[in-house]
Design a protein around this ligand. Structure first.
Ligand SMILES: [Mg+2]
Length: 393
């Protein structure tokens, strides 16, 4: 089963270099191909199955927090705001205090790097205890605005060099996989690059993974222009096939949270596979999980089950793109807008994937699923136990 994945996104910069191009907007929210730049990073994280993102924000943070709120494409989103500038290292150290995994990804909210998260995880997994960070590096030609790094034959990063005109070289691409306790001994304010990486580089503490994909730093006006065309193909509107979970995808055992009790319903898996293979569709799950409100299991238990379900469904040719859940119950947590029959989860999924109600469809086994679909103006189909037990049709 894949690990619980967490990322910190650094989004607190002032964006001085870009201010004359996009005034009044914090840099990570600068519009690119008609949407905030930070969405491209969030989409990349969601596609790779991240569970949680901590956004280290500050300057004009309300623009980020109003847009993404507490969840996006099934990932929990938290915010670690800085009131005074802590610099990159201080902001990361503070955000790490909210993380639980042994290793945490760190990304810059103003650069786009098309890279392989799994290759960095593999490098961290193989690394001895002395390694505190894996750094993505990128080979560039004919540049002068970046410093360069040296990497030895074993993949250890051995030196940093100042900016200078360079015909060809490896640059620090600004994506890191950091051991959670790496910065414990550092002060409250410091630069991650010059006060930490450049100080520990001689100790064999840094590994490098070279990535071949595209790299864009939108802090530079020319790159910001380039991003408009380079990222445009990723700014796509999707159709959604939305599935209820219990009784639809799996046999409803009542407050299912243990992987060993999972029993998939083959007829629904067949429907999911059809949408999973369709290049215009994303497959999402929208599930009421009142067991969390009732204290029967935790959100972590539920996410663990969903990671297991993801694996089981992948084996059957189904890729789930996002899991939406409602942890509430009116008797325990008061009213909410997400518990079906309310349409909140469906509307959130449609917002996150830029989906119009036309072309979206909801599959469920209960009247509450049908009512939610109608309220979200999407088509509805009975599935799972509703068909096998001839309950509703
Ligand atoms: Mg159900």
């Amino acid at each position: 089963m894949r690990p619980y994945r967490e990322a910190i996104v650094l989004a607190g910069g002032f964006g001085t270099r870009l201010a004359h191009v996009v005034p009044d907007v914090c840099k990570p929210m600068a519009p690119v191909a008609g949407r905030p730049f930070l969405r491209f990073i969030m989409d990349q994280l969601a596609a790779f199955g991240f569970d949680r993102v901590v956004v280290a924000d500050g300057y004009r943070r309300e623009q980020i927090e109003d847009f993404f709120g507490p969840a996006y494409r099934g990932m929990a989103i938290e915010y670690s705001p800085e009131d005074t500038p802590l610099f990159t290292g201080g902001a990361v150290k503070r955000a790490l205090g909210r993380c639980k995994s042994d290793w945490v990804f760190v990304l810059n909210g103003d650069t786009w790097l098309d890279f392989d998260f799994a290759a960095m995880e593999a490098a961290a997994c193989d690394a001895p205890d002395s390694v505190s960070a894996v750094i993505a590096v990128k080979r560039m030609r004919g540049f002068e605005r970046y410093g360069t790094v040296d990497v030895d034959a074993c993949g250890s990063l051995t030196a940093f060099h100042e900016k200078r005109p360079c015909e060809e070289g490896l640059i620090n691409a600004g994506v890191y996989l950091l051991r959670r306790d790496a910065l414990d001994d550092m002060p409250e304010k410091f630069s991650l690059e010059s006060d930490y990486f450049e100080c520990v580089v001689g100790d064999g503490a840094l590994r490098a993974v070279e990535c071949a994909g595209g790299f864009i730093d939108i802090g530079v006006p020319e790159d910001y222009e380039l991003a408009q065309t380079m990222l445009a193909p990723l700014a796509k509107s999707w159709r959604l096939a939305m599935f209820d979970r219990d009784g639809t995808i799996n046999v409803d055992t009542g407050h299912l949270h243990e992987p060993e009790k999972l029993e998939l319903i083959p007829s629904t898996v067949d429907i999911m596979r059809g949408y999973s293979d369709d290049p215009d569709y994303k497959v999402v799950v929208v599930t009421n999980q009142a067991g969390i409100a009732k204290g029967l299991y935790t959100e972590a238990d539920m996410r663990n089950l969903h990671r297991y379900m993801e694996d089981e469904l992948e084996k059957l040719g189904v890729h789930v793109d996002a899991w939406y859940f409602c942890p509430h119950h009116p008797d325990y947590t008061g009213p909410c807008e997400c518990r079906k029959p309310a349409p909140g989860m469906l509307l959130a999924a449609m917002r996150d994937f830029d989906a119009n109600s036309t072309g979206c469809v909801m599959f469920g086994d209960k009247t509450s699923d049908e009512v939610a679909a109608k309220a979200a103006c999407v088509a509805f189909e009975w599935a799972g136990e509703a068909l096998s037990f001839d309950k509703h049709i």
